[in-house]
Design a protein around this ligand. Structure first.
Ligand code: NAP
Length: 333
């Protein structure tokens, strides 16, 4: 089968290879991948910027396809089923936090950028019927991360003012769609006016270009402060977000693309009873709840583009350049 592997080479750390189909272990299923999608962790791995990198591993955390084989005959009911894959491995029993040996599919485990992947039977979830394979493949990692950020930590309520930063991002667009469906008034930021325009077409109340000085003043005046801000960029901009929270507001963050802030406005945060909340992925119960939410609200992920597997490296390049609006999806066959 064809697979995109993370390799320890100077020229580029990702390479298309021809390898054998995975051999199943007890408790596993073989999924023939119809569509996969990129997450920024795939590009971080390529840039050697992800912790505990292991080479000669197939990347990819998002995938949808058919179950083609199962190891145990008791799992035969899965054969031929259309599924998406929960990329959590070993979250553990505490819903609040993953356990020490928690891992994400697609480094260190072989992932979805291949014609086949072997996963635990308990990682399979029926594909939402209203979604194509390409749309369903966009869900797993990004929608799970967004679901936990918006609902568990953000506790979003109808009518609240919510700000989603960097709306072009794969996770951000899910956070946006979920907050909208929850009845919030959702505004966005982006470094691109064109992306802001697109977000407004999807129902954003307002959009602000974070490259403009003092964008936050306009945002604060318009919304009279935000109950919830969801961010993945981090950096000094965190202080801007703290400034535009309403009293008792929450800033939930799941990434730090721009690194650490040089300082943090703790004074304002404690005086206003604010919350600064980190979040990562989501537990298996949240994965199931996310898929139910997507199905019951007939949510369609925002997809930037769908391209053939042979062109997957160009999708990595687009992600690095930050050109995308939504998920970068790959058709595997
Ligand atoms: N903790 C977790 O579980 C978890 C899960 C998923 C992702 N992450 C992390 O979250 C980040 C985003 O991941 P992703 O997969 O959604 O990546 P992505 O699709 O590549 O999105 C990155 C987005 O970041 C936005 N951005 C860049 N600079 C910004 C700034 N100064 N202010 C606000 N937004 C900015 C851009 O939005 P615009 O183009 O609109 O400007 C860009 O589209 C990455 O650092 C990733 O590692 C963490």
């Amino acid at each position: 089968m064809k697979a995109l592997m993370l390799v320890d080479e100077q020229k580029d750390r990702i390479k298309m290879v021809d390898i054998d189909k995975p051999k199943l272990q007890p408790g596993q299923a073989l999924v023939r991948i119809k569509a996969a999608a990129l997450n920024h962790r795939d590009q971080w791995c390529r840039e050697d910027k992800y912790p505990s990198i292991k080479y000669n591993v197939i990347l990819g955390s998002d995938g949808a396809g058919f179950v083609e084989e199962v190891f145990d005959s008791q799992d035969d009911k899965w054969l031929g089923q259309k599924v998406i894959i929960n990329p959590n491995i070993n979250w553990g029993s505490d819903p609040d936090v993953q356990q020490h040996d928690y891992r994400i599919l697609g480094m260190p485990e072989n992932g979805t950028f291949a014609n086949y992947v072997a996963v635990g039977i308990d990682r399979l979830v029926q594909k939402p019927e209203h979604l194509s394979f390409e749309q369903a493949a966009a869900l797993p990692l990004g929608a799970l991360t967004a679901y936990r950020a918006v609902f568990r930590h953000g506790r979003v309520q109808p009518g609240q003012q919510v700000l989603i930063s960097g709306i072009g991002g794969g996770v951000a667009q899910f956070a946006f769609l979920f907050a909208l469906k929850a009845g919030a008034e959702v505004s966005v930021t982006s470094g691109s006016d064109a992306k802001i325009k697109k977000a407004k077409a999807y129902g954003a109340l307002e959009g602000y270009n974070y490259k403009l000085k003092d964008w936050h003043k306009q945002a604060y005046n318009r919304a009279r402060g935000f109950n919830l801000v969801i961010d993945s960029a981090g950096g000094d901009q965190l202080n801007t977000f703290i400034k535009i929270l309403k009293p008792a507001g929450k800033l939930v963050f799941y990434g730090a693309t721009n690194g650490l802030p040089a300082s943090l406005d703790l004074y304002r945060l404690f005086w206003n009873q604010g919350t600064l909340q980190g979040t990562t992925m989501g537990n298996d119960t949240e994965f199931a709840a996310m898929v139910d939410f997507v199905s019951s609200h007939k949510i369609i992920p925002v997809i930037d583009s769908v391209r053939p597997f042979a062109d997957i490296i160009s999708a990595f390049d687009d992600m690095k350049a930050g050109n995308q609006f939504g998920k970068l999806v790959i058709q595997m066959d």
